[in-house]
Design a protein around this ligand. Structure first.
Ligand code: FES
Length: 107
């Protein structure tokens, strides 16, 4: 049986990183690591966890279009609570126009 990969998630522009295990969303893995991305509903409905993918690929689970629009997806935005890495990824959390997603904090 093939070993499942653990992917590295790097938070830009800060440079902090954490591991994301198979089956974990970007948000779940950040919470386990202590690097907590902005979040609220955790189920793809509010848009608070919106980040932009700078490098890498993710699988996006079902979400509400009120939380993330198709033009935003085309511009590489995603919802951390609904995103599952398929490769190492870099995410941008300082987003002009999305002040709610600007900061992460340590718990
Ligand atoms: S936390 Fe609400 S959409 Fe991700």
């Amino acid at each position: 049986m093939a070993k499942e990969s653990i992917f590295k998630v790097t938070i830009r522009p800060y440079g902090a990183s954490y591991d994301c295990h198979p089956g974990e969303s970007l948000l779940e893995a950040s919470r386990k690591s202590g690097l907590v991305l902005a979040n609220n509903c955790r189920q793809g409905e509010c848009g608070t966890c919106k980040v932009r993918i700078r490098k890498g690929r993710i699988k996006l689970a079902p979400f509400m279009l009120s939380a993330l629009s198709m033009p935003e997806i085309d511009a590489d935005y995603t919802l951390a609570c609904r995103s599952y890495p398929l490769t190492d990824v870099e995410i941008l959390v300082e987003l002009p126009g999305y002040p709610e997603a600007r900061h992460y904090s340590r718990e």
